[in-house]
Every structure is written in C-alpha cells, then in structure tokens.
Design a protein around this ligand. Sequence first.
Ligand code: NDP
Ligand code: ZN
Length: 365
Amino acid sequence: MLLKSNLDEAQTGKRISAKGYAVANKDDTFKPFSFTRHALGENDILIEILYAGICHSDIHSARSEWHEGIYPMVPGHEIAGKVVAVGSKVSKFQVGDYAGVGCMVNSCGECAACKASNEQFCENGKMVLTYDCKDCFHNDEPTFGGYSNNIVVSEKFAIKVPKDAPLDKVAPLLCAGITTYSPLKFSKIKKGDKVGVAGFGGLGVMALKYAIKMGAEVSVFARNENKKQEALRLGAKALYTTDKLDSIKERFDFIISTIPTRYDPMSYINLLKNGGEMAIVGLPPSGESIETDMTRLVFQANKKVYGSLIGGIKETQEMLDFSLEHRIYPETEIIRADEINMAYENLTNGKAKFRYVIDMGSLES
Ligand code: NDP
Ligand code: ZN
C-alpha cells in the first residue's frame, strides 16, 4: 500500500519517500531498502506500483554484467500501477487512471530522434533509464526502478493503460512486449513468413505470440526440450534444440535472438533464407561476444542483421493497445517481493518458465 504521507509529499513539493528491494553491490542479494524520489514536477505523475516484472536485463544490471552498476540498485523497468497524484500541467492522466512505465523515464525531447518518438536513441545523450542511471534532469541523482512501491515520472514517459486491463499481465509488456513487437514490425512480418525465435524466456514467448498474430509460422530455438510442450501449446510449429540447427539451414525469413548468454550469431544467420533478416535483442554480458568470421559473413546472400533496443514511447503505446485488443499477454508467475532472490536464481539456472512478476502489495509496510 502507498504511504499516506506520499500524497502530502506530492502536494507540498517535497521529495517522495519510497521503499523497495535493492542490492548493495554486484554480489549482494536483494534486501528491503528505503529511499526517496525527486519531488513531483508540474509535468510529472506519481504512480503507486502494483506489479513489476523481472527482466533478464535486471539481472545483468544488478550483477554489473555490462558495466559497473550504480549501487544501491533498485531494478525494475516493467512497471504497472495506479496514478495517485498529478502535477499542475499534466493533461494525459488523472488520479485513479492506470499507467505503465518501461525502460525510460525521460529524454531531451528536442533532437530528431526524440521528435520522431525514438527516445531510446536520443541524440543528445539525455535518455534517462528507469534505474541504474544518472538522471540529468534531476542533478544527476541515480534513478531507482520498479521493485518498489511508487515512481515519479514525466507524463510523456508513462503509457496509458485502460481500467479493465489485467495489470499483472500488462507489466511485462512494458519491456518484453515492446522489445519483441518493435523489430517484428520493423521487419514487416506478414502472413506466411517463417519466423524463428532464439531464446524462449520472457521475451521469446512474446515474440512467438506477436509473430503468430502477424500470420507467421514460428519455430523456437532452445538449449533443451524442457519447454517444448509449452511452445507447441502456444502455437509454435516446432522447437529445435541448438545442437540441431545445422539441419534447418536457409529456411527462415526472420529470426529474433533474445539469448542472454554467450552464443555464435552465425549459427542463426545460417538459418536465414537469401535476403532474410535477423534482429538481435538479447544482451549477453560484455566481453562474452564471439568474434565473427568476415568471410563467412560475405557469403551470406544479402542477409541483414540488426540490433534493436526496446522501442519509442509512441510505439510502446501502440504495442500495448495492440496486445490488449488481441489479448496477447505474457506467461507470468506472480511472486512476493521477498522472493526476488529465488527468481534470480531460477532465471540463471534454467529453472524459470517465463516471466516472474512481483506483486508489490506484498512489500511489508
Ligand atoms: P529470460 O531469462 O527470461 O530468457 C532467456 C531465454 O534464453 C531462456 O529461456 C534461456 O533458456 C534461453 N537461453 C539462454 N542461453 C541460451 C543459448 N545459448 N541458446 C538458446 N537459448 C538460450 O530473459 P529475457 O527474455 O528477459 O531477456 C533476454 C535478453 O534480452 C537479455 O539479455 C536481456 O538483457 C535482453 N533484453 C534486451 C532488450 C533490448 O532492448 N534489446 C530489452 C529487454 C531485454 P534456458 O536458460 O532455460 O536454457
Ligand atoms: Zn527489460
């Protein structure tokens, strides 16, 4: 439950007190943590967080797998909740509305990328990540994410969520949803396309569902057959284990890789037809990339390989509306806030199914 004092703080322009779960360093486990957020600005909204998804990026960040993290760190960028206060100039939200927040909380708003609603590529380097980031709009103070009871965010970076939406299912859409929807749209996936999904976790399952909705025939690539029945139940045509990829060369129009560990992209590029496209969204720890043989690349028949980073705010709203309209939801397991450590363990040792979602009502008061 949101503290009553938060409303007083919001109304009197004070910093907003918050509580959540944080790690103190890359080897730490999650423990309860109290902190404050910047005061409610005139264009900001205060959201009571009801659900937060656990993305594999949270694990990479908490464990400093990409770069040295900012600690204490409260991860979480799959946030869904209820608006409890609005700044004086807010027009998009009213108190009582539902709202979602993804990976970004601000950007310059003036460069060509921001004007085109590609805020994730802000050309002035002012894109502020939801956590583990210095907030250049608030004296470079560190941002704290969604494993907490509230968040203050510029209304521009909050996504509108209809009142009847299932918020526990909406939360993971704010990252897993947009990160897979965006490249599928970018590559114009259409009826009859043969699509491959490499890595079948939180993102992979969304890629499967969106691609099927767009009319594609979808295959899944995984390290083992543990989730074969799930994949088939959800509409996949087949699940291939990664030791069998040589037998399915040059069959796919599009492949999305959501793999979060060291792997050889060439083994997937080989599976594309002439002119096929591959989007890489998985982000293995830095230093774990495999060197690519240029000669093998040159002989790859006009295939295109590109990276894709979440999606802009406009597209995130479009993705959310599309998901709700077609009832495309993540596969979720709801946990308590004191179970985050268990979830991290399972997500790194292959025991997790798809998306863990933290019920923030379980935060002790
Ligand atoms: P999950 O942990 O939920 O899923 C990852 C899946 O990949 C698991 O099913 C795992 O299976 C599988 N996997 C791991 N290694 C391999 C391998 N070598 N070959 C095939 N499958 C493998 O992670 P998420 O879906 O939450 O995130 C995936 C990645 O996407 C992360 O690196 C994350 O940081 C990144 N990401 C990128 C974004 C972007 O904007 N580009 C946004 C959000 C996330 P198992 O372990 O059971 O074998
Ligand atoms: Zn994420």
